[in-house]
Design a protein around this ligand. Structure first.
Ligand SMILES: O=C(O)CCC(=O)C(=O)O
Ligand SMILES: [Fe+2]
Length: 254
């Protein structure tokens, strides 16, 4: 399988410097490099050559560099299949994870190629995915979280900002294959579908992105770097217990 293809650091830096990261990732969707000796500053500087970096939001100021978000596995961040920030009008094109500390057991990162997932859907649903808009509703998701924690009675919306309506799939510019804009939590519905069609589509998407035979599972070692195209692949932290410290530095690029 191409997903998670191992490459050397020189090959990656050559692509970054030549503005060809999209080309490098067009087929595999995600590449991995091992033994990377970058410090956070050199990491950020190398990836900033691709495009503007996404600053972390005020609630997530957990690293002195604003472009770095520390992922440890203790939060519910990344526990469900998703592409990063697809509930924002402009989602990043690329994401990267650099491992500072790896657990002895568990805490792998899993990836799936959403272009492949789409090809695996039955033809009628594939056609539907290509024309329907998804509803990404951050306010509703926050409301559901408060409801689960017993803080509100109803899973009502917590924010006044309108839900985002965006095409659920689009043609990936480098590979010319359709990719999914998907987030298992934040995709809350579809524009204009009957409840029955919406439920069927939601279930089919949930099932296809979770197919074990389509995924790449990365067991971390310090110095491992994953760089992926956020428009082509989905990812999550593998479910299950984690033994030992886990520290990944995430950087995202517009
Ligand atoms: O913890 C992981 O493996 C994934 C984290 C993630 O998806 C994120 O921080 O966006
Ligand atoms: Fe993520």
């Amino acid at each position: 399988m191409n997903l998670g293809r191992p490459i050397g650091l020189t090959q990656l830096t050559t692509a970054l410097e030549g503005g060809r990261l999209g080309e490098l990732l067009a087929v595999p969707g995600c590449v991995r490099v091992s033994g990377v000796a970058w410090n956070p500053r050199s990491y950020v500087d190398a990836l900033a050559r691709v495009g503007p970096l996404v600053p972390t939001r005020s609630t997530h100021l957990n690293h002195p560099l604003r472009e770095v978000f520390v992922v440890d596995g203790g939060l519910d961040v990344g526990a469900n299949w998703h592409a990063d920030l697809v509930f924002c009008a402009e989602a990043p094109r690329f994401s990267a994870l650099l491992c500072e500390a790896a657990p002895q057991e568990g805490g792998e990162t899993e990836l799936v190629d959403s272009r492949r997932c789409l090809e695996e859907l039955p033809p009628d649903l594939r056609a539907l995915v290509r024309r329907v808009e998804g509803v990404f509703d951050g306010g509703l998701v926050q409301g559901r979280k408060l409801r689960r924690r017993g803080l509100v009675e109803e899973a009502e919306r917590t924010e006044t900002e309108a839900p985002l309506h965006v095409p659920l799939a689009r043609v990936h510019p480098e590979s010319h294959r359709w990719g999914l804009r998907y987030h298992a939590e934040y995709l809350t519905g579809f524009v204009g579908l009957s409840p029955r069609d919406a439920a069927r589509l939601m279930e089919a998407l949930r099932a296809v992105v979770d197919r074990p035979d389509l995924r790449y599972r990365h067991a971390w070692r310090p110095g491992d770097l994953l760089v992926f195209d956020n428009r082509a692949v989905l990812h999550r932290r593998a479910p299950g217990p984690i033994a030992g410290a886990r520290r990944l530095l995430r950087v995202m690029m517009y």
